[in-house]
Design a protein around this ligand. Structure first.
Ligand SMILES: [Ca+2]
Length: 423
């Protein structure tokens, strides 16, 4: 395993940013990275915000935190200006899904995943038996979240969450809840302050749980009395399996499969909430690889086009949605699913990602929303977030313009709307 771990360290630097943004259940982080971000103070940290934490004491007390534990674990609290900076940074550009998946599903990460599958085979078999979750998906989440435990973050979880609870006014209730859960983890002796370190958003351990996810889903799989997601691989992977099972994972079903769509395909079938059975997709001319022929014909499958009509197409099961509960981004769930397949020995994707795909920047996304709104569509506001409402507006516009109705916010569509701002 020495060589495998050495190669992890080489990939570590280039995946660190992705890891930080992919923490388990860090929907908070995703939300913070978007434009709904509230007024976080970016002023220099004040020396003694302890008084602001004291306001949390009644709520902490109500959740079973002792006064001595509260004082011990919040003593010497100072704001972490780097956490404030990271929480308020709003990158103008994001990676298109093809680049995101390529950065995470590297040959090295596949190779190390296979080596770890062999090393932990007995543990993974026991976890699969107990939770019904495919071992390769667990390995993939481990690989994506922390480069298999080599990049779990080094910030004090309590300090990060306390900083956000104090500095992020809009989401303060969320951060306060996480902070109290974190204090409870320490009070219960599940881990020590020195090892309770993670991402700026408070995700920690091999598979990057935020404290509330830990409270709800972490398990003591090796039965040593501690739910140790920080130092015990069996506990971390079983906790992840438990999380996925609670999120609706169905044993024996895949996350999804890549498919080939026929020419002349009606791309409006990729709209959310339009699952068809495999029989229906096959009848519509959709082709699946022969290696997936063991899929049940009655299985409901949703069509997903991460890069629109020009990129790879996938039919996904409700297990894909379970992965989305971990981190609500299609590219994330796809990276996990594809890495799992590669670790399991399956082939690379058949279709190429569109080489010209360029994720719209924040200003361009807002511009697209304004142009759609001007055409009479409701995008749910101009916030730069390409959510279901905006994508529905894109589909409606594509229908009017007789374009492939894939709901994808492409640069080409933006240019078209600019050239023809009103119908
Ligand atoms: Ca344990």
């Amino acid at each position: 395993m020495g060589s495998a771990y050495a190669s992890v360290s080489r990939v570590r630097a280039c995946v660190a940013a992705a890891v930080l943004l992919s923490g388990a259940a860090v929907m908070a982080a995703a939300a913070l990275a978007d434009s709904r971000l509230a007024a976080i103070s970016t002023e220099e940290p004040r020396a003694a915000p302890q008084g602001q934490l004291d306001a949390l004491w009644p709520a902490a007390n109500a959740r079973g935190i002792s006064r001595s534990a509260f004082e011990r674990y919040t003593a010497d609290f100072i704001l972490d200006p780097e956490v404030v900076r990271l929480a308020t940074s709003q990158p103008e550009h994001v990676k298109p899904p093809g680049a995101y998946v390529a950065d995470l599903v590297t040959p090295e990460r596949v190779e190390i995943g296979r080596a770890l599958a062999a090393k932990h085979a007995a543990t993974l078999a026991a976890i699969e038996q107990a939770y019904g979750v495919d071992r390769h998906v667990l390995l993939a989440i481990w690989g994506v979240e922390s480069a298999y435990g080599t990049s779990t973050g080094s910030r004090s979880v309590v300090r990060s969450l306390a900083t956000l609870a104090v500095a992020d006014a809009r989401r303060a209730p969320f951060w306060r809840n996480e902070l109290i859960a974190a204090l409870r983890i320490l009070q219960d002796g599940q881990t020590a302050p020195e090892t309770f370190v993670g991402s700026w958003a408070g995700a920690s351990g091999h598979t990057q749980f935020i404290p509330s996810a830990y409270t709800a889903h972490a398990v003591d799989f090796d039965k040593d009395g501690r739910r140790d997601i920080w130092g015990t691989v069996a506990d971390a992977l079983a906790s992840t399996a438990n999380y996925l099972r609670t999120s609706g994972w169905s044993a024996g079903a895949p996350w999804g499969i890549e498919v080939i769509l026929p020419s002349g395909f009606d791309y409006s079938w990729s709209a959310p909430g339009r699952p068809q059975t495999l029989s229906q997709w096959l009848a519509a001319g959709v082709r699946i690889p022969t290696s997936s022929a063991n899929l049940q014909l009655g299985l409901p499958l949703q069509l997903v086009l991460p890069a629109g009509a020009q990129g790879p197409a996938f039919l996904v099961t409700k297990n894909f949605r379970a992965i989305l509960r971990y981190n609500n981004a299609t590219a994330y769930a796809l990276a996990v699913g594809h890495l799992a397949d590669r670790i399991a020995g399956k082939a690379a994707l058949m279709a190429a990602w569109p080489s010209a795909d360029k994720a719209l920047g924040r200003g361009e996304r807002e511009e697209m929303q304004r142009l759609l709104t001007a055409r009479g569509h409701d995008t749910g506001g101009v916030d730069g977030i390409m959510g279901d409402q905006t994508r529905a507006a894109i589909r409606a516009t594509q229908r009017t313009l007789k374009l492939a109705e894939d709901g994808h916010p492409s640069f080409e569509l933006l240019q078209r709307l600019r050239a023809d701002p009103l119908p």
